[in-house]
Design a protein around this ligand. Structure first.
Ligand SMILES: Cc1cc2nc3c(=O)[nH]c(=O)nc-3n(C[C@H](O)[C@H](O)[C@H](O)COP(=O)(O)O)c2cc1C
Ligand SMILES: [Mn+2]
Length: 480
């Protein structure tokens, strides 16, 4: 059963021993971040701070920060099931007779159920403030000492393409400048930025609505790397198995999830830029200051008793790593549809999802490792990945120790390394230019004459079963 809202999810987390309430007063300036960092790094629970200095609104953090909570959020025992469910939808068995057609009807109906529905009354509009909206009411964190200020770190940023009307929802952090103004940190590659470019082309402000809270499938969906023009709210409906109810905003022409806790309505002006950052980021470094668009707030609506959700990012592993790992598992079956040679992928936490990917493939022809590298660099947000390492199908790429061992033995750097130029993540601080840099593909697969390798390739060292069985049967005799 889909969660009704954030409180419903918090209730379940509490029942499962996955949430701790903190009633003593805590400071949103660094103190909460230090507590949350310790919990995230030690596999601790979600934290509900009921008494945040300077605000009446409770704050929840680390909602998704463990495998168990990620499973609870998406209501599965194993995230892999979701990838399989996506395949079931895109590969429906074609019905050939009437009985089969009738059997398919419930499936088609379920698909229709995912489409967001518009409602007229919404919990997120129980309290409406269009007169004097102020961010000061919210318990917004300062995460790290050298941050440029307070940042909203778990916002669901809604925009519509001004020309096509198609909706997008992305999670882009927001640097608070004053009580009605923030930065809008959508990187130039992201869909929010694309909508903004269209509005700048029309020389018109872009309406933006920011939802905070709501149910966990909706929150997760804002981070999912969906293709252009695929509605995150439809995806959330699919994940939660029930449509997302949307309500019209009070001052702008956008809809937001009715069950959200808090909604900021406003707009971003064409060609207005302001310094954003620095911000202690998920790279484990402060992301550099840069010029970003500016969000002006025209209204704040909320529930009577909202909860403010947030996270902190920093040196991995943090809460966002569990969200990233869920994404890896959810989209692997889809990736295999275009790259069927892929056996498994691993985006290790240390690689923060845009530095490293390890891929095992069932290699059948020369150049296949290079084909897969280029496909990765040409697929959605995987375009950012700096080091793509291709290994053979029998390699356990989830074991980093094995990966390093195989690379060292199986790579001739002159022959097996491919360096290309392309877009890099906006947070990358090492590329010569912002957004543009080099990537490296490493072919750590076995090479033969067809790959231009004419020397013999040795086998892995493996003891045969007969001797293992013999030793097993005599183990006690040896006196161990
Ligand atoms: C906690 C968290 C913070 C994020 N902050 C940003 C951000 O500030 N800017 C950005 O472009 N992407 C950020 N992302 C990544 C985007 O949410 C992600 O790329 C998403 O797919 C973007 O949606 P879009 O594809 O609709 O643009 C963040 C992700 C998480 C989990
Ligand atoms: Mn999108």
């Amino acid at each position: 059963m889909a969660y009704k809202d954030l409180r419903d999810f918090i209730r379940v987390l509490e029942e499962q021993g996955e949430l701790k309430r903190i009633t003593v007063e805590v400071d949103p300036d660094l103190e909460i971040a230090e507590i949350a960092d310790r919990m995230m790094k030690s596999g601790g629970p979600a934290l509900l701070f009921e008494n945040v200095k300077g605000s009446k609104i409770p704050l929840v953090i680390n909602l998704f920060g463990s495998q168990k909570r990620m499973n609870l959020a998406l209501e599965v025992d194993n995230i892999d099931i979701i990838g399989q469910r996506i395949l079931d939808i895109i590969e429906p068995e074609m019905p050939s007779n009437l009985i089969q057609k009738i059997k398919m009807l419930p499936k088609l109906k379920r698909l229709a159920d995912f489409i967001p529905k518009t409602v007229t009354r919404a919990p997120c509009q129980e309290v409406v403030n269009t007169e004097s909206p102020s961010l000061d009411a919210l318990p917004i964190l300062k995460s790290w000492p050298d941050d440029g200020g307070k940042f909203i770190t778990f916002p669901l940023v809604f925009t519509k393409n001004p020309n096509s009307g198609i909706r997008n929802c992305g999670m882009y952090r927001m640097h608070v400048y004053d009580e009605t103004t923030t930065g809008m940190h959508w990187h130039i590659h992201k869909h929010g930025a694309k909508h903004y470019r269209v509005s700048e082309g029309n020389d018109a402000p872009l309406p933006v609505a920011v939802a905070l809270g709501g149910d966990p499938a909706v929150i997760y969906s804002a981070t999912a790397p969906l293709p252009d023009d695929v509605d995150e709210m439809m995806f959330a409906g699919f994940l939660r198995g029930a449509c997302v109810e949307m309500v019209k905003c009070k001052t702008i022409d956008l809809e937001v999830p009715a069950n959200a806790d808090i909604v900021l309505e406003g707009y971003v002006n064409p060609s207005e830029r302001r310094t954003e950052g620095p911000f202690g980021d998920h790279t484990g470094y402060y992301s550099l200051k840069a010029k970003y668009p500016v969000f002006h707030i025209t209204a704040i609506t909320m529930r009577k008793e909202p909860v403010y959700p947030c996270t902190i990012v920093g040196k991995p592993a943090m809460e966002d790593c569990f969200m990233g790992k869920a994404t890896e598992r959810i989209f692997l079956p889809l990736l295999r549809k275009t790259l069927p040679e892929i056996v498994d992928i691993n985006l290790p936490l240390e690689g923060i999802f845009h530095n490293f990917i390890f891929i095992s493939i069932d290699k059948c022809y020369p150049g296949q490792a290079q084909k897969v590298m280029h496909a990765v660099w040409g697929t959605g947000q995987m375009m950012f990945i700096k080091f793509v390492v291709i290994l053979d199908k029998h390699v356990n790429i989830q074991d980093l120790s094995e990966v390093i061992w195989r690379i060292g033995n199986n790579v001739d750097p002159k022959r097996d390394i491919t360096v290309v130029k392309g877009p890099v993540d906006a947070l990358d601080h090492v590329s010569e230019l912002p957004h543009l840099g080099a990537k490296m593909g490493i072919d750590a697969t076995k090479k033969g004459p067809s790959d231009g390798h004419f020397r013999e390739w040795p086998d892995d060292i493996v003891m045969p079963d007969w001797i293992k069985n013999l030793v097993d049967s005599k183990w006690k005799e040896y006196g161990f």
